[in-house]
Design a protein around this ligand. Structure first.
Ligand code: TXA
Ligand code: MG
Length: 519
């Protein structure tokens, strides 16, 4: 391992106590591929701001893991790139104390953060800071077991293809869309375990007292109330301006709570529960009379879901009641996939907001009715339909594409939904609009095309899961730019692609249709 060291002794005393370790590729450098040439340095103003904020309170260390094995890059070239990065950052007011390099391809792997993070211990000793008050922000979950063993709190960044690592990341690790979000979370949770515990306790107290609590789930953020408290549930409809005919999903933490809500669980429903709960599946059952009518919009049925997000389950457990919760957004608008999104739309309406970072799935749960002989899919989500059919051992009717008036099982499933203030248009081809500066583009995959207007690529590598994670964030970011329109192609209709296209169609739905030439 070799390092480039900057001056420590000029730091104010209060910064000498804890550190943030940052992955260079994908976090400092916005490009996720391994940086092999200074020309590929890509710093964003938001990233620099975030580093500046972190640098006010923490010592900053950056680590990189170049691959020396293919002889594409030599150690001195890495040092040169790091110096160039260091200079750029220093000129922007960001002081990186050391640039650490993990020579993973060399025989002696002792410097590799994912095998033996001895350089973390070394730097802590050298600079006298507390590892147990320190953080690591990485796009590689392999780093975490070793760093967490030292008491360092880990934050995972959803940065490009890092989404594919989510499968290896335990459910209770927090994920973030960007360095800005991660830095802001650290600012609010300097003692993470204590601060999160307090947020959950406050949330549970609020639910018990009839309050509204915004909380993270693996799909999108929910705005929750005690499902058995009519007045609290009524407030959800009021603050979201949600029509009373649109029923809510009731969230539970264990199967015992299902018994409070429904009398009968069919064999098909049981198979789906065993396979997908906890997870992104809401099942519609015949309800018990104890379930308030306001929750179910007067329907004889209730939608129930057991979320997989540990903070959601813990909130429900501590509240000691099922929690009725729609997505935490103003009615008809894009769902919130981070705490900041909740604040953007519902500031001042939630009594407590539990910030659990970004949602790992990014689109709402699959909704399936299991009251009749055949299950009916009312809303596609993350779970592939064919997979559910195999599990259910029966075919599933697809009703989500029908217009509302032909879809009585699905009250509240509007044709218009997930809408941005800027009109979204689905087009066959984005290229005819490429020269327009007043149009934003939602892209998918390597396009190589140049667009005059702003773009957001849902996934450069055509990964549908990554696209789902980025969908609402990208829609919101383009929406904030005051554009005339946003255009998008539909994505491949497979896996979670059904759910993404369903949201895009509803986001773009115009009762009178759309003429793309007119905008
Ligand atoms: O992922 C999710 O499902 C998120 C998180 C917070 O759990 N929740 C969510 O809730 O998306 P909401 O309210 O935005 O969407 C719930 C959908 C609505 O379209 C509603 O019509 C449908 O579920 N639904 C709820 N109860 C129903 C019922 N009894 N019968 C048919 N559809 C129902
Ligand atoms: Mg919603």
């Amino acid at each position: 391992m070799f390092t480039t060291t900057n001056s420590f002794w000029n730091l104010p005393m209060d910064k000498q106590r804890a550190a943030v370790f940052l992955d260079r590729d994908g976090i400092i450098n916005a490009d996720t591929s391994i940086l092999e040439h200074p020309d590929r340095i890509c710093l964003t103003p938001e990233g620099i701001d975030a580093l500046r904020n972190l640098g006010r309170r923490y010592l900053l260390f950056v680590f990189a893991r170049p691959d020396f094995s293919g002889k594409r890059i030599a150690p001195r070239e890495v040092a040169y790139i790091n110096l160039a990065l260091d200079k750029l950052l220093r000129n922007s007011g960001v002081d990186i104390l050391e640039w650490c390099v993990c020579p993973r391809a060399l025989k002696d792997q002792r410097g590799c953060i994912d095998s033996d993070p001895f350089f973390l211990k070394q730097t802590a000793e050298k600079y006298g800071f507390n590892l147990k008050r320190s953080f690591i922000i990485s796009i590689n979950p392999q780093d975490f077991p070793a760093t967490e063993a030292l008491g360092i709190f880990s934050l995972f960044l959803l940065s490009g293809p890092s989404v594919t690592h989510l499968g290896n990341l335990p459910d209770d690790r927090l994920v973030f869309h960007s360095l800005e979000h991660a830095a802001s979370w650290i600012g609010k949770h300097p003692i993470p375990m204590v601060d999160m515990d307090r947020a959950l306790t406050d949330g549970a107290c609020s639910i018990k007292a009839g309050g509204l609590v915004a909380f993270p789930t693996e799909t999108v953020y929910g705005l929750g109330a005690d499902a058995f408290n009519h007045l609290a549930v009524a407030r959800i409809f009021e603050v979201k301006k949600r029509p009373l005919h649109n029923p809510l999903i009731v969230h539970i933490a264990d199967i015992a709570q299902l018994e409070q809500l429904v009398d009968e669980v069919s064999p098909v429903a049981l198979r789906l529960i065993n396979r997908y709960w906890p997870g992104p599946l809401s099942l519609v059952f015949r309800k018990k009379s104890a379930v308030p009518d306001i929750v179910t919009a007067g329907q004889p049925t209730v939608a129930v879901r057991m979320p997989a997000h540990p903070m959601a389950s813990e909130l429900i457990r501590r509240s000691k009641t099922p929690i009725a919760a729609p997505s935490a957004n103003a009615f008809g608008r894009t769902s919130a996939t981070s705490a900041q999104h909740v604040l953007d739309q519902l500031q001042n309406v939630c009594d407590v907001l539990i910030d659990g970072g970004a949602c790992r799935i990014g689109v709402e749960s699959t909704v399936v009715t299991v009251t009749g002989t055949k299950p009916i899919l009312l809303r596609p989500g993350a779970i592939p339909i064919e997979d559910m059919e195999t599990t259910a051992d029966t075919s599933i009717l697809r009703k989500y594409m029908l217009p509302m008036e032909n879809n009585p099982e699905s009250p509240g499933m509007m044709n218009t939904h997930y809408q941005t203030a800027t009109p979204i248009h689905i087009v066959e081809d984005c290229l005819p609009f490429a020269g327009r500066t007043d149009i934003g583009f939602l892209l998918f995959g390597q396009t190589g095309d140049t667009f005059a207007g702003p773009t957001r690529n849902l996934s450069h590598t055509s990964d549908l899961k990554e696209a789902a994670v980025n969908l609402y964030l990208a829609m919101r970011e383009l929406d904030a730019l005051g554009l005339k329109a946003i255009v998008s192609k539909l994505l491949p209709e497979t896996g979670i692609g059904y759910a993404i296209n369903d949201r895009l169609r509803k986001a773009s739905f115009k009762p009178d249709g759309f003429d793309s030439q007119k905008d």
